[in-house]
Write a protein that binds this ligand. Structure first.
Ligand code: SAM
Length: 243
């Protein structure tokens, strides 16, 4: 597999597993069929969403192109059906699943081709469910600590179809807010797994991570606390191929 930014995550799979968050139950419940059913998770990474899916009454298949990440899922769930494949080539029959889900991953897929493949495997009335952790930042220092530019943040009222980068079908969205309390070291760990930082030249990456840790240390010291809040919306979109 040729490495691009989309497929860069496997090179730091254990850090990814250590520092990335899972997804809130309310969001997961909104993404999957309420009364069980067959679900395929695509772009599963090290299994941050998989951990929540296996707890539910679902018949589950997991697809991820990076074998290093996929093996971490198999190690935790030896009997789970896992497939080393991509979103544009799902190893599933036509009309065979009730939902396809993707966590912090859809934006990395070739969207029109992936949507066609999703539509192929979905049963009638089935849907694609996507979730992203979108930071909800109030202070300039939080943006700086995440190495993000507020001017480049997507608008809050982005249409759900636009969010998916699709122009066909019908989509709806909901946000589930949650808060994480992180030490400066944990902030640094999290930021070290986001690709816009991780793929900087090595010395720039090291400097960026040191600055993140220092910013959070200062915020903690000012508040007299050992942790600083990081708020996210688990932003969920459900897409139905037929409009
Ligand atoms: C940011 S990670 C998200 C991983 C995991 N779902 C999570 O929530 O932590 C994006 C994942 O998408 C996978 N990916 C990238 N391109 C893909 C494609 N075309 N088809 C399927 N998965 C892909 C990457 O290998 C990576 O595991």
């Amino acid at each position: 597999m040729a490495t691009t930014r989309a497929t860069s995550f496997g090179a730091w799979a254990s850090e990814y597993e250590e520092w990335r968050p899972t997804y809130p139950d309310a969001a997961v419940d909104w993404l999957v069929p309420p009364n069980g059913g067959r679900v395929v998770e695509v772009g599963a990474g090290t299994g941050k969403l998989t951990d929540r899916l296996v707890e539910r009454d679902l018949e589950l298949d997991v697809v991820e192109p990076d074998g290093r990440m996929l093996r971490m899922i198999s190690a935790r769930y030896p009997s789970l059906r896992v497939h080393e494949s991509v979103a544009t080539s799902l190893p599933l029959d036509e009309s065979s699943v009730d939902a396809v889900v993707a966590a912090d991953a859809w934006h990395w897929f070739p969207k029109a081709e992936a949507a066609a493949e999703v539509a192929r495997v979905l049963r009638p009335d089935g849907w694609l469910g996507c979730v992203w952790h979108v930071p909800v930042l109030q202070h300039d220092s939080e943006w700086r600590a995440l190495r993000l530019d507020p001017a480049l943040a997507p608008p809050d009222d982005l249409d759900p179809l636009d969010r998916l980068g699709l122009s066909t079908g019908r989509a709806e969205q909901r946000a589930f807010r949650w808060t994480w309390m992180l030490t400066p070291q944990q902030w640094r760990g999290f930021v070290s797994t986001v690709s816009h930082v991780r793929l900087l030249p090595e010395d720039e990456c090291r400097t960026a991570l040191r600055e993140t840790e220092q910013l959070v240390e200062r915020a903690c010291a000012a508040a007299g606390k050992t942790t600083a809040r990081l708020t996210h919306d688990a932003l969920c979109v459900r897409w139905y191929p037929e409009a």
